[in-house]
Design a protein around this ligand. Sequence first.
Ligand code: ADP
Ligand code: ADP
Length: 229
Amino acid sequence: GGRVEFKNVYFHYAPEKRILKDVSFTVEAGETLALVGPSGAGKSTIIRLLFRFYDIQDGLICIDGQDLKQLNQNSVRQNIGVVPQDTVLFNDDIRYNVRYGNMSASDDEVEQAARYADIHDRIITFPSQYDTVVGERGLKLSGGEKQRVCIARTILKAPAVILLDEATSALDTETERNIQSSLMKVCQGRTTIIVAHRLSTIIHANVILVLKEGEIVERGTHEHLLVQD
Ligand code: ADP
Ligand code: ADP
């Protein structure tokens, strides 16, 4: 499963200012959709609507034909994994933060997920030193490492749909490349919607939507959009 459908979706934060205008698209199960466009175009808003972070105002959003409006937030989120740009971790050790993806996972499974996301050494080095983990200034965990914790959590959760707000310039190239490969593993075979900033990510998308001022102004494959450029 994991087919995602938006049909004539409108959204506003303030009544007089529309953010999304008549957004319609379909992502088939297991496919990857990339959202691109200038800052403020509404890309994150689409992801947050799908995650039921905001109430759906106008239009239809379905997963596997089920109207999200008919489902409560918890049941929607059971099938969705989010890797946000800025992961906020729980005030607990990394092991717990990974385990949160699936509370009934065994220790082995937790460690395997951490290894997969390349954050395993952190679990061992800092089993429960709170202030090394918490997301406050001066933290010892880098942005990239926090994102990897979130990736490990998502691997453990194994959701049908993954929403990915790709990190921008905060990460160095080496870290970025490592994270990309972890992400590739977790997204394999799952429906993925990614807010993309880099061409390298987009290459792996089945469909790219270009968003401008809340409207889809282009849709196509990588090759198609390059030709148009
Ligand atoms: P993008 O992800 O493409 O940068 P967003 O979806 O974050 O765009 O934002 C789209 C527009 O909605 C922007 O103009 C932004 O300022 C506005 N916006 C985003 N979140 C909120 C909010 N919580 N309240 C009011 N306006 C918001
Ligand atoms: P639950 O309802 O299962 O407790 P949470 O609301 O705590 O789930 O969120 C689950 C995950 O989604 C967390 O990793 C959190 O960081 C992330 N998340 C929550 N809200 C947003 C959002 N608006 N945008 C991106 N990620 C989010």
